[in-house]
Every structure is written in structure tokens, then in C-alpha cells.
Design a protein around this ligand. Structure first.
Ligand SMILES: O=C(O)CCC(=O)C(=O)O
Length: 279
């Protein structure tokens, strides 16, 4: 299939999980009524992006309320759903920042635990220490859809070009990044990162952020974005709650890779990028 309509739901996240799930449900339905076949929610869409909330909001897989909701929403709406991310708890009570992906039958087809934790301290700007509460994911996530392979990572993961390239070497043609940049690094780096990762790897990059909520402890930059395999910004929102609907021309990926064969021109006789610990 050469065309894919996507819907990125830039939703306002509140302190109430049920309200957040209801909002996600409404926005998914709106995206579907606009024809979206792949719908993406933002990072931590069921929970404020704040360490103090993660333990209380965390869910076990697959029985967690938000996970069950996402599975149902994918099936009822007959869509691929990339469920942003939520705090996920394992059997030992480790908490992860996890993105679940569902097929049109509501089955989990991808599960990415954020691999690079957001531990930064910028003078005069943002300080955040995810590792105070969260554990790191260990796996690269690429899954099949009827539109081709999709790679999935979360927010700070986009800053690691090796991870993006490894997903592409595993076949990803679209990379989805649920994210929540902030008012320090958002204006500085958000758009550039999406452009350069798209043009380096000749993929579509989809970034979905929460809407900006000035009342929350962490202020999301918003600006959900789609960049194309030529490195152009195809479409972008501002900071307000909204849905970004966009048709992706999947033939463009092959055309650009044919015309400018970057991936083929890698000097793998001189250097390689190895995936350690592959199953
Ligand atoms: O990389 C950044 O600047 C923002 C990352 C972030 O907010 C996150 O990983 O949640």
C-alpha cells in the first residue's frame, strides 16, 4: 500500500487517569472519522510527566486499564494504534516508560520500553531525572504492518542516531516517536532532530507530544510534527490541543532511497554498527 493517512493526537494530559483515557478515546475517534489508519498518542498520555506520578499510575501488562482501553480502541476503530507511552510495571515492580503498539484486531504487535532515560540538568533551564524512578528498556522495537515496518522509540531516544539507524537497518520505513519535549530543549532541538533523523535515514518521522499545559509541573513544548524522507517538515501543530492528520506517500521512501542511495553507500567494509545482545 502506497498511501497511509496518519493521525497524531496532541492531547492535554491531566492528573486524572480516567479523564486522560476518555480524552484519548475521543481524539482517536476524531482521527478515525478523518480517515486515519494509524493513530499515535503522546508520551505519558495517561499520566502527568512527573516522577512523582509514575508509581501510582503504573500498570501491569496486559491487564492494566489503559492497556485494555488501547487494545479495544484499536479493534473497535479498525486502526493501528501507537499508544504514546504509559508508566508500565513489571512483576518485580520496576517501572518503565513504555509504548504499546496494537494492530487492527487489538493485538499488541510492538512494545518499546524507553531505552535512554532522560537525565539532564541544563543550567537556567530544565532538570529531570527519570532514572530516579524508571528502569531502562533493553530492546529495539520494529514491527510489521500492512504499510511496511514501523520503528518505535520514545522522546529522548531520538537523540541517539545509532538507535534510529539500527531500526532502519531492521527495515523501518516509518519511525514513530511519542515525546514530550520541554520549553528549554523543545525550541532548541525538536524540529532539527526530526528533520535530520528523517533525512539521514530516508524515513518518515512522526513525533506526537502532549498539548502544553501551563498548570503542570512539566511544560510540554507540543509542536507534534511529521518529517519526510527528504528531511522536510510536512506538517506541524502549535502548542494547543489538536489532531495532526496527514497522508504519507510511502513510494517517496523508495524513490529517495533510489535517487540518493545513502544506505547503500555506507562503507561497511570500514565500519559497522553492531547490535549487541540480539536474541
Ligand atoms: O531530549 C529532550 O530534550 C527531551 C526529552 C524528554 O523530554 C523525554 O525523554 O521525555
Amino acid at each position: 500500500m502506497s498511501q497511509l493517512r496518519v493521525g497524531l493526537c496532541q492531547m492535554l494530559v491531566t492528573e486524572d487517569k480516567d479523564v486522560n483515557i476518555k480524552k484519548a478515546d475521543e481524539m482517536i475517534k476524531k482521527a478515525v472519522s478523518s480517515g486515519a489508519k494509524l493513530v499515535v498518542l503522546p508520551e505519558m498520555f495517561n499520566c502527568p510527566y512527573d516522577n512523582s506520578y509514575f508509581p501510582k499510575f503504573a500498570e501491569n501488562c496486559p491487564e492494566g486499564k489503559t492497556i485494555q482501553f488501547m487494545s479495544r480502541a484499536a479493534k473497535e476503530n479498525n486502526i493501528y494504534l501507537i499508544g504514546g507511552s504509559i508508566p508500565e510495571k513489571d512483576e518485580k515492580d520496576n517501572i518503565y516508560n513504555t509504548s504499546f503498539a496494537f494492530d487492527t484486531n487489538g493485538n499488541i504487535i510492538g512494545k518499546h520500553r524507553k531505552m535512554h532515560l532522560f537525565d539532564i540538568d541544563v543550567e537556567g533551564g530544565i532538570r529531570f531525572m527519570e532514572s530516579d524512578i524508571l528502569s531502562k528498556g533493553e530492546d529495539i522495537t520494529v514491527f510489521d504492518t500492512e504499510y511496511g515496518k514501523v520503528g518505535l522509540s520514545i522522546c529522548y531516544d531520538i537523540r541517539f542516531p545509532e538507535l534510529m539507524r539500527l531500526m532502519v537497518l531492521k527495515g523501518a520505513r516509518i519511525i514513530v516517536i511519542p515525546a514530550a519535549f520541554n520549553m528549554t530543549t523543545g525550541p532548541a532541538h525538536w524540529e532539527s532532530l526530526f528533520k535530520v533523523r528523517a533525512l539521514d535515514n530516508q524515513v518518515y518521522m512522526l513525533g506526537t507530544a502532549p498539548a502544553r499545559n501551563k498548570e503542570s509541573s512539566y511544560t510540554s513544548y507540543g509542536n507534534s510534527i511529521i518529517t519526510d524522507p527528504w528531511g522536510r517538515v510536512v506538517s506541524k501543530l502549535d502548542e494547543k490541543e489538536n489532531i495532526l492528520i496527514q497522508d504519507l506517500d510511502l513510494n517517496m521512501i523508495d524513490k529517495i532511497r533510489r535517487e540518493l542511495p545513502l544506505l547503500q553507500h555506507r562503507r561497511t567494509d570500514l565500519y559497522t554498527l553492531d547490535l549487541l545482545n540480539e536474541d
